[in-house]
Write a protein that binds this ligand. Structure first.
Ligand SMILES: Nc1nc2c(ncn2[C@@H]2O[C@H](COP(=O)(O)OP(=O)(O)OP(=O)(O)O)[C@@H](O)[C@H]2O)c(=O)[nH]1
Ligand SMILES: [Mg+2]
Ligand SMILES: [Zn+2]
Length: 303
């Protein structure tokens, strides 16, 4: 029997079968031990096969090949990875400038990883109903930057339902994942898109302006318009998993236009005659993107 994983809490998995009934499953032992590098061998979005074991418990026996997945290093120094969701048509990264703060480093790590793992990513600048003047300029600046690189971007307010129509048309008939820091407003936005969802939300903490990790596991929902959406727990940091140096530079899309470096294998660091570096100096490539590229590069080498 085959099904689609809608929710995984760690020990139990909710799987929807072909007849649209939910079956609560455990993991077969061989899957639990199949890949020690992974913190979660099965994730929301996986197509799986199920059988009933000798104790009459439904168990997930195997995971069908994934079209793609969002992956991150589980914690900074760990060798383990975590898969946030799989078989995604589009990933929406929710960004808030200050409450909570989303850094460009976080955005660029996320974009580079998703690019390498074949995930189409769209940026949602959220909470535009609540911006001071300088915050508004920052949003405009980042919006223009990422749009000019070629990313789809929206300025929205999930709470006040601003600009949600074009976002909802972008989501139509797709499997969509919503990610971002805790408190950035993922669950609030999903409740606004479909008022029948009733997902729990909570205010950000007034002392450190960060979220309270209200959503604790990824969960998929079916919308009436044919889209599927996955709400995910807030992520603090995002580590690149299984990247090599040469691959990283190709994940910064705007660098690819500047391919006239003196050396064919130029890594755009400090090599002479680097076309990318000269584009940065001339203002054609953003300094923040280039700086974040160099920082990610040194992270890969453990410097
Ligand atoms: N002003 C304003 N506040 C918002 C907006 N969206 C969400 N919030 C508030 O931000 C707080 C956090 O929202 P949640 O939806 O719980 O955030 P989350 O991203 O799901 O957080 P986690 O589940 O912890 O990852 C709540 O107090 C929301 O009311 C918005 O568009 N504008
Ligand atoms: Mg939430
Ligand atoms: Zn170069």
């Amino acid at each position: 029997m085959q099904g689609l994983v809608y929710k995984s809490t760690g020990s139990w998995y909710s799987v929807k079968d072909k007849k649209s009934s939910f079956i609560e499953c455990k993991l077969a032992g061989k899957l639990r031990n199949s890949d020690l590098k992974s913190t979660n061998p099965v994730c929301t979005g996986d197509f799986v096969t199920i059988k009933i074991d000798k104790n009459k418990t439904p168990v997930i026996e195997s995971v069908l090949n994934r079209k793609n997945y969002i992956i991150r290093k589980s914690v900074k120094l760990s060798k383990q990875y975590q898969i946030i969701a799989s078989n995604i048509d589009i990933c929406f990264l929710i960004i808030t400038i200050s409450r909570p703060q989303t850094s460009t480093m976080f955005i660029d790590r996320f974009l580079a990883s998703n690019f390498a793992y074949n995930i189409d990513t769209c940026l949602l600048f959220n909470k535009i109903d609540d911006l001071e003047i300088e915050e508004k300029s920052k949003v405009d600046e980042l919006f223009d930057l990422y749009k000019s690189i070629g990313y789809k971007c929206f300025k929205i307010s999930g709470k006040k339902l601003l600009n949600l129509d074009s976002l909802v048309s972008e989501m139509k008939n797709k499997t969509c994942v919503f990610t971002g820091h805790s408190g950035s407003g993922k669950s609030t936005l999903l409740n606004s898109i479909d008022s029948s969802l009733n997902i729990k939300t909570s205010p950000i903490s007034s002392s450190n302006l960060t979220g309270q990790h209200t959503t604790t596991f990824s969960k998929m929902y079916d919308l009436k318009n044919g889209s599927k959406i996955i709400d995910t727990p807030g992520i603090k940091g995002f580590g690149l998993y299984d990247f090599d140096e040469a691959q990283l530079k190709d994940c910064f899309m705007e660098f690819l236009k500047y391919n006239d470096c003196k050396y064919n294998d130029c890594l755009h660091k400090d090599e002479p005659g680097c076309d990318v570096k000269s584009a940065v100096d001339k203002g054609f490539i953003s300094e923040s993107r280039y700086k974040n590229y160099l920082e990610l590069f040194s992270d890969l080498n453990g410097i």
